[in-house]
Design a protein around this ligand. Structure first.
Ligand SMILES: Nc1ncnc2c1ncn2[C@@H]1O[C@H](COP(=O)(O)OP(=O)(O)OP(=O)(O)O)[C@@H](O)[C@H]1O
Length: 279
């Protein structure tokens, strides 16, 4: 289990995470939702062991994540962050194979695993291409493959994949493919996946568990059917979210209600959610 217990984080003198407790479970796809600035990326960085905590603890297999040696930690949790630019020339195959750095194995074995992982993300034919020549979405898929490769190893302990906006640059098909793949990896390889998403409908469709964040705290959690309501989403996103019902939808679906006048968002107020412009 990867667990946050009473986690507080301050950045630049500001309290960014306020007493966050949650548990990511192996075999599940957990999704972190929330408005811009709610603290989602900070939570992911805290779970990864990257950030010093002001209070509380993050435990991986019941041990503080900060206490792990780098190579051991790399075998048990992989991170796909929003910044994944490779600054110098490397081929797609080489970038994917970076995921094998925690393992001592023949190069042939790393190459074989990397080819399989690139096939899973639909990039088999890109092996020798310079990664810098790929589109943003293609690069994102290479780095997803790299993160998956990092978690492919022997050992009894469960592994965790932390994804920060993994669908951000992906087209419609690949948003779904990637989340299906993430869910498949969770179920078939017993990996615990925690993904930050902006699309509440992707979360409602693919997540086993959702954590909805607001102002640095988790305000709702649980399976989408229990944690996602129009009311909770409207509060968290400070806009009028409504459910969509249609015979063809077998999962929860939400949209933003149509308005007759533009909104003036009151950035300074954490209580008043939104006000209709009086035009
Ligand atoms: N180094 C820093 N110094 C000061 N404030 C910071 C720092 N890093 C992040 N913050 C603030 O912490 C808050 C949470 O940031 P975070 O990146 O976790 O939000 P987020 O929910 O991931 O947002 P987004 O959806 O926009 O990516 C924001 O208000 C941000 O401005």
């Amino acid at each position: 289990m990867l667990e946050a217990i009473g986690v507080k984080v301050s950045l630049g003198g500001e309290s960014v995470l306020r007493d966050v407790s949650l548990a990511a479970l192996p075999g599940e796809l957990g999704v972190v939702l929330g408005a811009n600035g709610a603290g989602k990326s900070t939570l992911l960085r805290a779970l990864s062991g990257e950030l010093p905590l002001t209070a509380g603890s993050v435990l991986l297999h019941d041990r503080p994540v900060q206490g792990f040696k780098a190579v051991a930690l790399a075998k048990y949790r992989a991170v796909l962050s929003q910044q994944f630019q490779v600054a110098y020339h490397m081929s797609v195959g080489e970038v994917a194979m970076l995921g094998r750095y925690p393992y001592t194995e023949p190069l042939r074995r790393s190459r074989e695993l990397a080819r399989k992982a690139l096939k899973e993300v639909g990039l088999s034919s890109f092996w020798g291409r310079s990664v810098q020549t790929l589109s943003g979405g293609e690069q994102q898929r290479v780095h997803f493959a790299r993160a998956l490769l990092q978690l492919q190893g022997e050992g009894e302990h469960s592994r965790f994949l932390l994804l920060d906006e993994p669908t951000a640059s992906l087209d419609l098909k690949w948003q779904h493919e990637l989340l299906q793949l993430a869910r498949h990896c969770a179920q078939e390889r017993n990996i615990g996946v925690v993904a930050v998403l902006h699309d509440i409908n992707l979360a409602a469709r693919y997540a086993d568990r959702v954590w909805l964040m607001q102002n640095g705290g988790v305000v709702a959690s649980g399976p989408p059917g229990q944690s996602l309501s129009a009311e909770a989403l409207s509060r968290a996103y400070r806009t009028n979210v409504q459910p969509v019902t249609h015979n063809s939808l077998s999962y929860l679906h939400f949209t933003v209600a149509e308005r007759t006048a533009p909104l003036l968002i009151d950035q300074n107020s954490k209580n008043s959610n939104y006000v209709e412009a009086n035009l």
